[in-house]
Every structure is written in C-alpha cells, then in structure tokens.
Design a protein around this ligand. Structure first.
Ligand code: SF4
Length: 446
C-alpha cells in the first residue's frame, strides 16, 4: 500500500504491587506499538503522588531509552498526526489540571466542540483532539476530580462523541481509565499479567505470564486502581463498525486485534484472492510488511513459489505514515529488487491495498527493469474509493487511484505500468468482514 495515514498507539501499565516500577514495561509495550505512529511520543506517570508528563518529537527509542523514572502507574502514546501539526505542543499524553490523556482517533467536527469550550472560557494550547476531549470532560464534570467516575465519563463520551472513532486512556489521582467509542472503530485490549494490568491499542504480547486478555466492547469503560479493575457497561447498540484497516494494514502482523489474529486473517484473505485467480505466474512476491501473509496465503493456495524479491529498506518507515511531500521520495528509496529472482519470470505481487498507486508504479518499474517478463498486482482488499471520517487520513478523494479511474482498468494498468491488476472480490472480502460489524466506508463509491 502506498499509503494511508492513521494512527496512534496507546498503552498503560498499572502495577499490582505499588512498590513495583512499571516504567520499563510501559516503554517495552509502547515501543511494540511504534509502527502506529512515529511523529512524537510521551509518557505520563505518577511520581510522589503527582502526575508528571514527558513528551518528545520522534521515536520512543530515541527519547526514552534512558528514562530513569519510577512509577507504579503510567500511560504512554506514540503519535501519527491526523489533526494538528507535528509539533511538540501536540505530542501526547496531553496534560491539564492534574489529568493526563492519551487519544487514538479523531473528532472530525472538533471545531464545534472547541467553539463551545472557548465560549465557556477555555483556552487552547494545542491543535489536537486530545485537548478538546479532556477540556470537554472538565466542562461537563467540573474541576473536582473525585467526581470523575468511569460511568460519568463513559456516559459523556458515548452521548457527546457517539459518532466518533477513538480509544483513549486517562491517568488521574491513582487511577487509570480506558474508554472505547460506541462503534468500536478502534481497538483496545486489557491484559492482566502476573504483576501488572496493561491496556494496549493492539494485543502484541505473547502469552507468557498472561492471566487474561479482554478486548473492550463498544462504548465500554474500564477502571484500574490499587484494588484491581472493573469494566463498565458497553453501549446499547450491537452493530459495531470496526475498522478493517486495523487488520489488513495498520496492526503488526504479530498482533491480535479485535480478538482476531492479524496473521491468520491476512493469510485467509490471500488464499481467497488466489482461489478466484488464474493468472499464470512463476513466483509470488510479497510487498513487505503488510502484504507478506497475504502473499503467503496466495502462494500456498496456488502452489506458486513464494519469493522475497523485493527488498525493503528498513530505515524507511511505513510510507503511509508520512506526509504527501515526503511520501513520493520515500517510496523511491524504500524498495529495491533482487534481480536474479525475477529475471525472465512472470511475477505476481501481493499487497494489502492500493491508495494513490505510487508504490505499485514504483515496484512495477523496478521489477521490469530487473528483467521481469510480466508483473501482476493482486490486492487483498477491495478498491479504496472513498474518504474516511474516523481518523484514517484518506482525506482527498481525488487522490485515490480507484476513485479517479473508476472501473477503467485499462487506464489504471497503463498508468501503473503493470500487466494486470486484480482486487479481492467484494463477496469474498465481506465473507471475512461481516458488514454488520465492520466499517467499510472507504470501499463504498457512494
Ligand atoms: S472508512 Fe475505512 S479506514 Fe476509515 S474507519 Fe472505516 S474502514 Fe477504517
């Protein structure tokens, strides 16, 4: 994919024994979510009964490797900026008046809330949605933090932000709260281990020392304190709108998300794509990383050799996370081809999706220059033809290749320099992602 933008990673850890220091564990967990955003990062933690907050631009490893703090409860964030610029002032956790908040999502009509808050006398330090959410809670509940109960916060969020997509964490007094939006657009999982309670955007932990893992339900809240944890009621609706891109692209291939194993789902999608395809090919080549397990499934189903002919420059982070100005250059530098693997071969390339087509065009040209006889792109999601209002930065419809060229396949093939292109059929895709429970707005033409 070449690529769409989203995302943030959020994580929290609360020690069962308040004498334990959980900072290293939290840094380990938020680092495992680094793929969800690399603009900025931060940790808010309890020290001497006060909340301290440190934020920085860039990666966790560059800013928190020598973070010698001690705390029994802390929350962390790694940010991709969908709203607000890449600026230290927009880095999270956002801290205000003894409360820290980490937010993964978007409020698409945030100005509406901001205007109400400004009229009520609130000033704003940042351009981020996190500040709006936190100040909205102050506006609704007041400054006395003893009134900030999970049920009260949950009701405000579920009523006032019911059509928004988010997962969020709050650190206040000696508690951590977690909340998920009414339709469960974004994932959030609670994990109890022998020594800690954790909350994570993705379940990227192995099962060592794990006692239980519970994905939060839509509209549900969670409180962790020194007496343990408790979940509040979920929202009343049963239809969810989980974002399919969490599975097909955003999440680490090692994670479980929304109670599903990312790797297994990608393999299945690749197999389904293969069952519906009869192109003659000598090798199947994955676009790393998110295309890998789909390519594996395709190759296994069609019994065509899997070949790692595209090298991924590991120093170039995922292109979808970058801004348009730099994206093209990054796609240019990101891939190289191992020539002898593709020379005189008919090549099927498997990736998760196409957004603007930059990656497809570049890879196709590299493969042809390396001597490939033919290049056939296979995608395990349907064409992206619509924008996203729920935090994934597909904001300009005219940039989307499949929207621009509609069903003019010949023009797309010519523009991208490939010999053929084929997406998984709607029927097969929705046999995996039931429309009653998964958002698929970006695949809808109308
Ligand atoms: S529109 Fe697409 S990217 Fe946005 S939440 Fe829905 S499935 Fe995810």
């Amino acid at each position: 994919m070449s690529k769409i933008n989203h995302e943030c990673g959020i994580a929290a850890v609360f020690a069962k024994n308040k004498k334990e220091n959980i900072i290293d564990k939290l840094i380990f967990l938020i680092s495992a979510l680094q793929h969800r955003g690399q603009d900025s990062c931060g940790i808010a933690y309890i020290e001497d009964n006060k909340i301290k907050n440190k934020t920085a631009l860039g990666l966790i490893k560059d800013n928190f490797s020598n973070f010698n703090k001690k705390s029994y409860a802390a929350i962390a964030h790694t940010r991709y900026a969908t709203v607000g610029s890449v600026d230290i002032k927009n880095a999270q956790p956002y801290y205000f008046s003894n409360v820290a908040l980490c937010f993964n999502g978007t409020i698409f009509d945030s100005l509406k809330y901001k205007n109400i808050l400004q009229n009520a006398g609130y000033n704003f330090d940042t351009n981020s949605d996190s500040e709006i959410i936190l100040k909205w809670l102050f506006f609704k509940i007041g400054d006395d933090l003893s009134n900030w109960t999970p049920d009260k916060i949950r009701n405000i969020l579920n009523n006032d932000f019911k059509d928004k997509a988010y997962s969020l964490l709050i650190l206040l007094n000696d508690k951590i709260f977690a909340f998920k939006d009414v339709y469960s657009y974004r994932p959030l999982v609670f994990v109890e281990t022998e020594n800690e309670y954790c909350i994570l955007s993705e379940d990227c932990l192995d099962n060592k020392n794990v006692i239980k893992k519970i994905e939060l339900k839509n509209g549900q809240g969670l409180e962790i304190n020194s007496r343990g944890y408790s979940f509040s009621k979920k929202a009343q609706n049963d239809n969810t709108k989980k974002c399919v891109f969490e599975i097909i692209y955003f999440a680490s291939k090692k994670s479980n998300v929304f109670d599903l194993n990312v790797k297994e789902k990608r393999i299945l999608l690749g197999e389904l794509l293969a069952k519906d395809d009869n192109i003659q090919a000598d090798i199947v080549v994955p676009v790393m990383n998110s295309g890998f397990w789909g390519a594996f499934g395709y190759s296994r189903e069609r019994k065509i050799k899997l070949s790692f002919a595209i090298k991924n420059n590991k120093n170039i982070l995922r292109t979808f996370i970058e801004k348009p100005k730099t994206r093209l250059n990054m796609v240019d530098d990101k891939y190289s081809i191992i020539d002898y693997k593709v020379k005189n071969k008919n090549v099927v390339v498997v990736d998760d999706s196409i957004v603007r087509g930059h990656t497809v065009k570049k890879i196709s040209s590299l493969l042809k220059s390396a001597g490939a006889k033919s290049v056939h792109f296979r995608l395990f999601s349907p064409p992206i033809v619509n924008v996203c209002h729920w935090g994934v930065d597909i904001s300009n419809r005219d940039e989307l290749l499949a929207y621009k060229y509609k069903s003019k396949d010949n023009e797309i093939i010519e523009k991208l320099g490939v010999d053929s292109i084929k997406y998984i059929s709607d029927e097969l895709f929705y046999s995996v992602f039931d429309k009653n429970y998964w958002c698929s707005n970006c695949f809808k033409m109308n």
